[in-house]
Design a protein around this ligand. Sequence first.
Ligand code: ZN
Length: 372
Amino acid sequence: MAVSTVTPTRDSEHVRLLLGLPEIRALIADLDNARWTGRVGYGNRALIGMCLVKAVYALPTWSRVVRLVADHAALRDVIGCAPTADACYRFARKLRENRVPLDVCLHRVVTRLAATTPGYGADLAIDGSDMPAYANGQRYVSRGGRLREKFSDSDASWGHRSSVSTRSGGGYYGFKLHAAVCTHTGLPVAWSVETAKEQETLSVDALLDSAAVRGVRPATIALDKGYDNNRVYATVAAHGARPVIPLRQTPDVKAGRHQPPTCEHGAWTFAGAEEARQTTKWRCPTGECTPGSVRLPASRLHPLIPRSTPRFRALYKGRGAVEREFGRLKNEWGLAPLRVRGLDRVRLHADLTILARLATALTTAPAIAAAA
Ligand SMILES: [Zn+2]
């Protein structure tokens, strides 16, 4: 598609471009109007600039950001000063305590991407990704030692991750990023951070609600086998989209109830889906039977896009976009490793990281023609 997946150069010019975006300027204006900075202190533009530097240069801590800006004349020039680490911590706390300005900004960014980027949000992939805590979650203080009583991150919990590439699956302690990613552009549309033990399938409804509020109406949602349960199918249908999910080996599947109808002429062939009636139509392969066709209500066993069709296979292949985006956010935008503790801090970290990622995509998006 038209959106470049090449990582842009990470330099001061990149940060300058982001600070000049209408959505980022509106965020700074909202913070200025709310009189966020006290009598002394750095301007909101400088502190938002520090947040953007953190993600653009993939730096894990504020102290690294502060050192970089202090040492880097061109960055200092873009930001207008060199804020201290204390100022960054105070600013981050304010962003956590009043979520509204950043939420509004993210809303504006996604809304403009949806309005200006062809294909953005047409087909989504949803998945969760592990974010190990910046804390030790072991139950025992030492091997065979006493039970740990205090955990340095009390919001983190034990969850399970599936194997990826050469890394084996297993338990981990921390949080999970749930995300809906556009399979055409690779860009996130909606996301949330929950504690690791939270069930992945519960996040689907909230993600699709958030996408809808942001003006994204996907036609299909691709998910892996872990989401293959009736509630997810119902949720996807309730949002006017079609599910693309492979089947788990449940008793129904073992009994072959997911197979197309058959007759003496063979297996019946798929003859189209009807969104409004939530049915799929199947025909006798030779047309000799009467009636020659039958409608099956859409269900987990017989979804609107049958698993035997090339369309299903192509859409399911698109699911890889969400995995690749998790990798990009972690490796190129500094989403991992976590250097903050507590659910609200981890959420802010994810929001600021994804803001920089999406805002960067906006710098190449066409402006909305003369917004009236
Ligand atoms: Zn027949």
